[in-house]
Design a protein around this ligand. Structure first.
Ligand SMILES: Cc1ncc(COP(=O)(O)O)c(C=O)c1O
Length: 489
């Protein structure tokens, strides 16, 4: 019954070439819920089953279900299935979070975090940057490893974990970084965290005082901006140019305590920091006795050009703290990453991590350590590189018609997103909205700017959309960008 109804609704949207399939399924399910055809508490078939019955890919079904989950119309419980939420109509009416008003009980800091530079609602559509292909994760193997480590979990493994994380995982991370990032480190310098967000907060809490200055890139990764706001630091935005964060423009700038950079693939422009600039920043850090926070979030995916050394590998003064994450190669909900610290900081930062975060999660870390040791991580990485390289090639091909004197791409050599840079006269937020109305999420470059007013562009991810969707919707993106440029004439 449900299958027939959904197929019929999707059929009705057949003319809407601009809507991707997952969006059509989303619309059909949303209608069914709001019209009461699917009542509160109704259990939906599993995504695999639904995909089979509707003859859609599982990715398509998962994308539609995820969006309805985010909007509160569905509720998923691991192992128990997906249900229509209680009173979904009211929830739908509240889809947008209410604006943060001045008379709330939030602290000034809380209001600042929520209103400034706001992170958008999670939208898992083709071209959303920062989202990877979850469907590629070897879930059955992972389940087996997790079961095994839960079965073996001796009481110590259920404690908070004092030593910076499970030793075999720290060892595996250190080996990986010695080989792939040329870093001379040992496992005692590695601290397992719940991802880069936590690594950033830990560094800000322990290495800087309230009102100390952190230099950040402009445009910037909003996650880092929020971590620094939350820890009471003063943000000093530094413009990024074609070589990365550009300190030469900083005569009279406040002395930094921390310098946050994404040198391998600046987020969001994708610019690679030149060697000269890396050395310049290390020299500034030395002069000001500042710490460099190197966020190496997607260096696993390098598609062309020479490989780039981590700043941590160039650092002779023990000034760089290096952050990596398993969010991109595996999946973000795993919530595991690592912080590699200079030897002299290892003991205090492990202690602080224990005191502030009570990390725990050792059985999970043990499963991941075995996943890496048995070579599954390398396999997952190799497959992901191959698959993302194809998607990137296809996206670049599709974007060709809109490129030229007015539009150029940056950041396509690495990572899972690229940026189409546009003239300052283009309303990039309006353009992103028009593209969004077609069910294709992209982000405006100006939305990442902290102070700058001179940047316009569209940030496009190719990690999530399957190749077929990139082939199909890439030209639509290019057309929308060309139309925005034509308006300038
Ligand atoms: C610039 C940047 N750093 C780090 C991360 C990963 O953060 P986490 O490990 O907290 O998931 C992301 C994810 O999108 C990112 O874009």
């Amino acid at each position: 019954m449900l299958t027939e109804y959904l197929s019929g609704q999707i059929e009705k949207l057949a003319q809407r070439d601009d809507l991707p399939l997952h969006r059509k399924l989303y619309e059909a399910l949303r209608r069914a819920i709001l019209d009461g055809k699917l009542a509160s508490g109704h259990r939906l078939p599993a995504s695999r089953e639904l995909a089979h019955d509707l003859q859609l890919s599982r990715n398509t079904v998962v994308a539609a279900l995820n969006q309805l989950n985010v909007e509160g119309l569905l509720t998923s419980h691991v192992g128990r299935g997906t249900y229509v939420s209680d009173r979904p109509a009211q929830k739908a009416a509240r889809r947008q979070p209410p604006p943060v008003s001045q008379d709330t009980k939030l602290s000034k800091r809380g209001q600042r975090i929520l209103t400034n530079f706001s992170a958008e609602q999670l939208e898992i559509y083709p071209f959303t940057s920062g989202i990877v292909d979850f469907s590629a994760f070897p879930i059955a193997l992972w389940r087996r490893l997790q079961h095994k480590h839960w079965r073996m979990a001796y009481p110590d493994m259920l404690d908070y974990s004092y030593s910076g994380g499970h030793a075999p995982l720290r060892n595996a991370v250190a080996s990986y970084l010695r080989v792939f990032r040329n870093m001379s480190i040992d496992k005692e310098q590695v601290i397992i965290t719940s991802g880069t967000q936590q690594s950033l907060e830990l560094c800000a809490q322990i290495l800087a005082d309230l009102d100390d200055t952190v230099w950040i890139e402009d445009p910037a990764y909003w996650g880092a901006v929020k971590a620094f706001m939350a820890t009471g630091l003063r943000l000093h935005p530094v413009a990024v140019d074609g070589q990365g964060l550009a300190p030469q423009s900083l005569s009279g700038a406040p002395s930094p305590r921390l310098i946050y950079v994404t040198p391998s693939h600046q987020y969001p422009t994708g610019v690679v920091m030149s060697l000269a600039r890396r050395q310049e920043i290390l020299a500034i850090a030395r002069k000001h006795k500042a710490w460099v926070l190197e966020d190496d979030y997607d260096s696993e995916f390098r598609f062309s050009g020479p490989s780039i050394e981590a700043m941590a590998a160039l650092d002779t003064d023990q000034r760089v703290l290096y952050m990596g994450s398993f969010s991109k190669v595996l999946y973000p909900g795993l919530k595991l990453g690592y912080l590699v610290v200079p030897r002299g900081l290892a003991a205090p930062l492990k202690q602080a991590h224990y005191d502030l975060n009570r990390p725990g999660q050792i059985p999970l870390q043990a499963a991941l350590a075995e996943f890496i040791e048995m070579g599954h991580f390398s396999t997952a990485l190799r497959d992901a590189r191959h698959s993302y390289a194809e998607r990137r090639r296809c996206l670049l091909e599709a974007l060709k018609p809109c490129l030229g004197a007015l539009a150029h791409i940056s950041g396509a050599d690495q990572g899972l997103h690229l940026c189409v840079n546009l003239p300052v006269a283009v309303d990039d937020k309006g353009l992103a909205q028009r593209i969004g109305a077609m069910g294709l999420t992209v982000r405006a470059l100006s939305a990442y700017c902290v102070e700058r007013k001179d940047l316009r562009g569209i940030v496009i991810g190719y990690g999530y959309a399957p190749l077929a969707e990139i082939q199909r919707y890439g030209p639509i993106l290019a057309k929308a960008i060309s139309a925005a440029l034509a308006r300038l004439a």
